[in-house]
Design a protein around this ligand. Structure first.
Ligand SMILES: [Zn+2]
Length: 436
C-alpha cells in the first residue's frame, strides 16, 4: 500500500536557494511528452526558468532529481468530487462545523496521495442550511500555500438544487428548486453572502438546468460574479442548451448521464458538441471514465467531436478511498464496494462511483487511443482552462504553481494496454507523497 510521507504541519526549510531540478524525465507539454528538465522553487512554490538560474544567476540547483525516464505531469484537477475517505461534502456531521472542518482536512490530506493536487469539492442538491454550514469550508483553500495541508480546493461546485426533477439521478427530488425570481432565488438557497459581488465567494462552479423557470437569467448573473456555469441534470432541448451557452454557460456536467440521449431529430445537450465553433463556443464537458457510467465508445464519440473540451471527472462519493466491503447507506440500505464499482446490496443497482482520477486517465487512454499527454491534459490543462486558471494550475509553464505528479507508465497485465501509476506528488514545490 502506498503511504503518505508524514505530514508534520511545517514546511521543511529549504536548503540554500531551494531550487530543485528534475532531470531524465518526460514532461507533459501540449499533446506530447518531451524529454526535458524542469526547475522549481520550493521557496516560491512555483515552476521557474532553469536557464535564467543557471546563466544569469550562475546558481546550481540545491537538489537534482533523476526520475529515471518517468513522466512528470502537472498535478491533477478533479472538478467533481462529492466526497472520499468516508466523508461526504453534502452531509453535516452531528458536531456540525467542528466535525465538518476536520472531515474536509482529512479528505485534503488523503486525496493528494492520488495525484489530485486541487479540486472542486462538490455538493449535490441540498437544503439551504447545508450550504450555510458547508460552504465556508469549501472555498479556495490554497492562499497560505502550505503544501502540508494536502490537496487544495479551488472553490465549491454546487451541483443543484436548480436542476430538473426529470433528471435528478441520485439527487433528492424533494429539495429541488426553480429560480423564477432569478439570482435572488439562488441567493436564498446558497446564502446571500456567497453571491455578494463585493466579497469573494467560496463557489466556483454551479451546475443548473437551463430549462427551469428563471434559470437562464441566472447564468449571466453567476458569470458576472466570477463563477462558471455548467449545464447538467437537465432535460433541455438542443435549442435551450444553445441559448444557455450564449448566455455564458461553458460546461456540461457528466455528459450523457442525467440528460436526454442523442435523438437524430433533437440532439439535446449532446448536440452542442456538433455545433460549429463559429456559431457558439463549444462547451467543456465532464466525462466519468469508470467503465460503469459510460460505454467506452460513447466517450470516443464525444472526444472526437470536441477533443479540447473533454474533462475527466471522478464524480466519486464518500466510499472512494476506503477498502472494498459492504457499507451502511441511507434509509437502511447497504452498498457493496468492489473496486470502483458501487452497487446497492438489495438490487445490484449502480450507486455511484469510487474510482480514482489516475485510473480514469488510464481508462481514457486505453479506450480512445489518446496519447499519454492528451489523456493527462484532460485532468490538467483542460480543467484549468475551464476554470480560467491555465497560467497557475494544470501547466508546467514558468510561473505556474509547482504542483506535480511523477507517473510510472506500466504495461497492464494483459494485451497492449498501459497503466499510469502515481509514484510521487509535489505540492507548491514540496514533495508530499512517495509510493513505497
Ligand atoms: Zn450528477
Amino acid at each position: 500500500m502506498p503511504s503518505a510521507i508524514p505530514i508534520n504541519g511545517h514546511r521543511t526549510p529549504p536548503r540554500g536557494t531551494g531550487v530543485v531540478k528534475f532531470t531524465n524525465c518526460l514532461l507533459v507539454k501540449g499533446d506530447k511528452l518531451v524529454e526535458d528538465d524542469l526547475w522549481i522553487s520550493s521557496v516560491s512554490g512555483k515552476i521557474i526558468n532553469g536557464q535564467e538560474i543557471l546563466y544569469e544567476h550562475r546558481a546550481a540547483p540545491d537538489e537534482v532529481i533523476d526520475l529515471g525516464g518517468r513522466v512528470l505531469a502537472p498535478g491533477f484537477i478533479d472538478v467533481q468530487l462529492n466526497g472520499a475517505y468516508g466523508f461526504d461534502f453534502s452531509v453535516i456531521p452531528e458536531d456540525e462545523s467542528v466535525g465538518y472542518g476536520k472531515g474536509v482536512s482529512r479528505v485534503n490530506r488523503s486525496l493528494i496521495t492520488t495525484g489530485v493536487t486541487s479540486y472542486l469539492p462538490t455538493l449535490t442538491s441540498q437544503r439551504p442550511e447545508v450550504y450555510e454550514t458547508a460552504l465556508p469550508f469549501l472555498g479556495p483553500s490554497g492562499t497560505l500555500r502550505d503544501p502540508n495541508k494536502g490537496s487544495e480546493s479551488l472553490g465549491a461546485h454546487c451541483e443543484g438544487p436548480f436542476i430538473s426533477p426529470k433528471q435528478n439521478g441520485i439527487h433528492n427530488i424533494s429539495v429541488l428548486r426553480t429560480a423564477s425570481s432569478g439570482i435572488a432565488d439562488l441567493a436564498t438557497c446558497y446564502g446571500a453572502s456567497n453571491l455578494d459581488p463585493n466579497s469573494p465567494s467560496p463557489i466556483k462552479l454551479v451546475t443548473l438546468a437551463p430549462e427551469l423557470d428563471g434559470a437562464l437569467s441566472c447564468i449571466s448573473s453567476l458569470t458576472s460574479l466570477g463563477m462558471s456555469v455548467s449545464i447538467g441534470h437537465s432535460d433541455a432541448s438542443y435549442e435551450t442548451a444553445r441559448t444557455a451557452i450564449k448566455a455564458g454557460a461553458t460546461m456540461i456536467t457528466h455528459l450523457f448521464n442525467a440528460m436526454k440521449p442523442l435523438h437524430h431529430r433533437n440532439p439535446g445537450i449532446f448536440g452542442l458538441l456538433g455545433t460549429t465553433s463559429s456559431q457558439i463556443d463549444k462547451p467543456y464537458f465532464g466525462i466519468i471514465a469508470d467503465g460503469i457510467h459510460l460505454h467506452p465508445t460513447s466517450i470516443q464519440i464525444a472526444y472526437n467531436a470536441h477533443p479540447s473540451g473533454l474533462i475527466l471527472v471522478t464524480d466519486a462519493m464518500r466510499l472512494s478511498g476506503l477498502p472494498d466491503g459492504t457499507y451502511d447507506w441511507t434509509n437502511g440500505s447497504r452498498i457493496v464496494k468492489n473496486g470502483p464499482l458501487l452497487t446497492l446490496e438489495e438490487n445490484g443497482k449502480i450507486a455511484g462511483s469510487s474510482i480514482q482520477l489516475v485510473d480514469c486517465v488510464t481508462n481514457f487512454m486505453n479506450w480512445t487511443g489518446a496519447s499519454v499527454a492528451q489523456a493527462i491534459g484532460a485532468v490538467t490543462e483542460t480543467p484549468a482552462r475551464m476554470l480560467g486558471m491555465e497560467n497557475v494550475k494544470g501547466s508546467l509553464k514558468e510561473g505556474a504553481d509547482a504542483d506535480l505528479v511523477v507517473l510510472d507508465l506500466q504495461n497492464a497485465a494483459e494485451g497492449t494496454e498501459k497503466k499510469l501509476v502515481v509514484d510521487q506528488v509535489w505540492k507548491f514545490g514540496v514533495k508530499v507523497f512517495e509510493k513505497v
